[in-house]
Design a protein around this ligand. Structure first.
Ligand SMILES: Nc1ncnc2c1ncn2[C@@H]1O[C@H](COP(=O)(O)OP(=O)(O)O)[C@@H](O)[C@H]1O
Ligand SMILES: O=C(O)C1=C[C@@H](OP(=O)(O)O)[C@@H](O)[C@H](O)C1
Ligand SMILES: [Mg+2]
Length: 176
C-alpha cells in the first residue's frame, strides 16, 4: 500500500488537509513537523531559535528516513522537506506525491501569524507579502516532483480532500 505524501509551500494546507484526508481514507496520519516536535519536546520555532535551521533539517531528514519506509500512511511534509533530494527520493519510492499550491495572497493570509514559521519570519524584512513571493519563486521548481497538484486557493479543506481522493481513486492508489 503506497503512502500519500503532501508537499507544497507553507500555508497551502498540508497539515490540516493531510489529517482530514487520512480520516477520509481510514489511514494513519503522520505530520513530519509534529513528529519532530513530539520527539524533541520542543516546538519548531524553539528548535530553530536554539539550534538553527541546519539542526532542524537534520531532524527532518531523520523523520523522513523513518517514516517513508512505512506503508499506507498519509504523510504531510513541511514546506522545506523537498529541498533535500534524498528526502524526495525516499518519499517517492513508496509514495504518491501530491503538491498543494495557493496564491501569494492566500498563503500570506494563512501564515499571517508571526512566530509560527521561522523561515518566513527570517525572510520578512518588513514586507511579508514580498517575503512570501520571493520564497515561493525560489522554491517553485522543487515542487515539480509531484505526481499531482491541487490549487487550494479557492477551495475549502473538504474540497481539497475530495479532489485528492478523486485522483487517488482514478489512479487506483487507494480504493478512495
Ligand atoms: N483550503 C483551505 N481553506 C482555508 N483555510 C485553510 C485551507 N487549508 C488550510 N487552511 C488554514 O491555513 C492555515 C495553514 O494551514 P496548514 O494546514 O498549517 O498549512 P501547511 O501545513 O501547508 O503550512 C491553517 O490556519 C488552516 O486552518
Ligand atoms: O518551508 C519551510 O522551510 C518550513 C515549513 C514548515 O512547515 P509548513 O509548511 O507545514 O508550515 C516547517 O517545516 C518549518 O517551519 C520550515
Ligand atoms: Mg504543516
Amino acid at each position: 500500500m503506497k503512502n500519500v505524501v503532501l508537499i507544497g509551500f507553507m500555508g497551502t494546507g498540508k497539515t490540516s488537509t493531510g489529517r482530514a484526508l487520512a480520516q477520509r481514507l481510514g489511514r494513519a496520519f503522520v505530520d513530519l513537523d509534529r513528529m519532530i516536535e513530539e520527539e524533541a519536546g520542543r516546538s519548531i520555532p524553539e528548535i530553530f531559535a536554539s539550534e538553527g535551521e541546519a539542526a532542524f533539517r537534520a531532524l527532518e531528514r531523520e523523520a523522513v528516513r523513518r517514516t517513508a519506509k512505512r506503508r499506507a500512511l498519509v504523510i504531510s511534509t513541511g514546506g522545506g522537506t523537498v529541498k533535500d533530494a534524498a528526502n524526495v527520493a525516499l518519499l517517492k519510492e513508496n509514495g504518491a506525491i501530491i503538491c498543494l499550491t495557493a496564491s501569494v495572497d492566500v498563503v500570506l493570509a494563512r501564515t499571517a501569524h508571526v512566530g509560527d514559521r521561522p523561515v518566513l519570519d527570517a525572510k520578512d524584512a518588513g514586507d511579508r507579502r514580498q517575503a512570501v513571493a520571493d520564497l515561493m519563486a525560489e522554491r517553485r521548481e522543487l515542487y515539480d516532483v509531484a505526481d499531482y497538484s491541487v490549487d487550494t486557493s479557492d477551495l475549502s479543506p473538504l474540497q481539497v480532500v475530495d479532489d485528492i481522493a478523486g485522483y487517488l481513486k482514478r489512479e487506483g492508489v487507494f480504493r478512495a
